[in-house]
Design a protein around this ligand. Structure first.
Ligand SMILES: [Zn+2]
Length: 146
């Protein structure tokens, strides 16, 4: 009798844990869909200005950066960009798109970025702050799986 109660309790707990994990996975998927839409709009606008489109765009959980650009012309963007104000999201995407032309952080690269974001230095500082905010946020920690 007692043991069966324990079993019911354990099954109940497992159910809670599984449904919570499922909830986080759903939230992640939803964030990803919302983010994808915003990213597509910004890419359309900024790629037109820069004159080059990315090959593929990946949205990923990235532990140490907002985004990156590969030599194959693929962009990898962090799912946590979903937390950013639109102007900072725009800056990150512009930054990565500029790497399609300049795969470095040369003067020419920053000139490209500055065309779209004359205040890019301020935005870079803003991003550092947002990195701390997002990565210490309980909800995001849950979404990202701890
Ligand atoms: Zn860069």
């Amino acid at each position: 009798m007692k043991i069966s109660r324990y079993i019911v309790f354990i099954v109940f707990l497992l159910g809670c844990i599984i449904s919570q994990a499922q909830g986080s996975a759903d939230k992640l998927k939803q964030k990803e869909r919302e983010l994808k839409k915003k990213i597509d709009n910004i890419i359309e606008k900024r790629a037109g200005e820069i004159g080059k489109k990315p090959n593929k765009v990946f949205i990923r959980v990235q532990r140490n950066k907002w985004g990156s650009c590969s030599s194959k012309g693929n962009l990898s963007l962090n799912i946590t960009l979903a937390a950013l104000p639109e102007e900072l999201l725009d800056y990150v995407i512009t930054h990565e798109l500029a790497h399609l032309l300049e795969l470095n952080h040369s003067k020419r690269f920053w000139k490209l970025v500055a065309k779209a974001h004359p205040d890019y230095k301020k935005k870079r500082d803003g991003l550092k702050l947002w990195w701390v905010i997002v990565n210490n946020n309980e909800l995001w920690k849950k979404i990202l799986g701890g």
